[in-house]
Every structure is written in C-alpha cells, then in structure tokens.
Ligand binder design. Structure first.
Ligand SMILES: [Zn+2]
Length: 257
C-alpha cells in the first residue's frame, strides 16, 4: 500500500466503513509509516472534536425535496459501475449522507402507509403527512403557482366542490406559493400552499358537520399538524415548521379568512 492510498482511505477507515480485509491493510501500514500514523492521529482528534461540538439541525422540507431530486442521477451511475466501488466514492460524501437521510425519511413515510387499521382520525393524519411529503417531490407542490390570491382562488372553481379561503399573508411573513388538488380521506380537496423561510406549509380544507371547535395540534414523524374545525369547514395545516410559528400562522390564517 502506498501512502497516497492510505491517506485516501483514512476517512472511511476511521468511520469503520471499510471491509475487514481493507482495514487490516491500513492498520498494518500505520504501524510502519510515521507520516500516515500522524495524519491518522490528527484526523481522529479532529473528528472527535467535531462530533462533540456540532449542533444537529433537522433538514427543512425544501432541502429534502432538492436532495430527492438530485439523487436520481447518482443511482444510475452506481448501477452502471463495472466493479464494486464504495458508495461514498461514487456519489461523494455529501450525497451519500443525503441519501442516508432520504432513506430514513422515505422509510418513515412507508411505515405510515403500511400500518393498517388505525382509528379514522389517525388515518386522515397519516394521509395528510404522506400528501405533505409527496408535495415536496419535484413538480408536485402546486397545480397553480402564483403569489396572487386572485389567481389561486378562482382556479379551484369547478374543480372541487368548495371554494377555499386564500388570505394573503406575505406581509406577515408567510408568502403564498399557490394551490393544488389532493386526494384525502376518499375525496378531492383543495390545498393552499404557503412558505416560511425554507419550510413549506400545506393548508387542506373540506366541508364538515362539526361546529366551531378550538384548534388541536399534533406532531408526528417530525411534522406538525393543526386541525381547525370552523364554520362548517375542517382546516388542516401541515408543515415541518416549528410548533410556535405554525401556531402563529394558524391564527393569522383564521383571522384573515
Ligand atoms: Zn504512509
């Protein structure tokens, strides 16, 4: 093994991602090469200092959606590769980490769809979260993209059996992005889309018999949901935005409807 080969494999070696036979060759080289051993030592201490000091932030929806879109290409490259090449060398570290994140996101979505026989309210909630995740895939967020409520509201005429409220909240920090039609609980429902920084907020609504009730907030799989039954209509707000800001949004939405 050359020093160049050794140095190139140090990262994966430290992260325990090499085959046992590959790791043994590195280990052997480190015993006999002071330069590589010093480099190894530096990397180990940097890695442990970083791990101790780093703050972890959950990825916002928009970033997750971008990662999913970017992943299509590297997967094709992997399958075309003639011999076994470590995944991180094919797609590069950032994509490999991103891929792991996406697998985690998708498998949590899957867990939702395969769990059967839930109470009715919970089925609606899991459908809403699945719909929210689906909306973040490229090209799925809006059927009508506009920041003007006078374009978005009329678009639903004749497409669904209700006219959704589309208040304009740009000046209050929640720009309107557009609208789409989704299928929830066995019916087509209008969805109005807002954003807050990098976070997407989906607002679903459908007619209901219940009278006005106070809003109910729930959290599931990193998403926050707020249900607001009012004036013969059931509103559901879904986002990965934090509870406090989503609560602000709910109050503004109802107050300006
Ligand atoms: Zn060496």
């Amino acid at each position: 093994m050359t020093c160049a080969d050794c140095l190139e494999s140090l990262g994966p070696y430290i992260d325990g991602e090499l085959l046992a036979s590959e790791a043994a060759v590195i280990e052997e080289h480190l015993k006999t090469c002071p330069d590589c051993a010093a480099a190894h030592q530096r990397l180990v201490s940097t890695t442990s200092r970083l791990r101790a000091a780093l703050t972890r932030h959950p990825a916002p929806d928009v970033l997750k959606a971008r990662i999913r879109a970017a992943l299509v290409q590297p997967v094709a490259e992997v399958s075309a590769a003639p011999k076994r090449v470590p995944f991180y060398r094919v797609v590069g570290w950032p994509s490999a980490i991103a891929a792991a994140a996406v697998v985690a996101v998708l498998s949590s979505a899957l867990t939702f769809s395969v769990t059967a026989r839930r109470p009715a309210g919970e089925t609606v909630r899991s459908e809403l979260i699945s719909s929210h995740i689906r909306s973040l895939m490229p090209g799925h967020l809006t059927d009508v993209a506009s920041n003007d409520q006078h374009n978005v509201k009329p678009w639903f005429n004749g497409r669904v059996d209700m006219s959704p409220n589309v208040p304009r909240l740009d000046s209050l920090g929640f720009p309107l992005v557009g609208g789409r039609i989704d299928y929830i609980d066995g019916r087509s429902v209008p969805v109005i889309v807002y954003t807050r920084r990098q976070h997407v907020i989906n607002v679903y609504s459908w007619p209901t018999n219940t009278t006005n009730e106070p809003p109910v907030t729930a959290s599931s799989h990193g998403y926050n949901l707020i249900r607001i039954p009012r004036n013969g209509e059931e509103l559901w707000i879904v986002s990965d935005l934090n509870r406090a800001e989503l609560g602000d949004f709910a109050r503004l939405l109802v107050g300006n409807s």
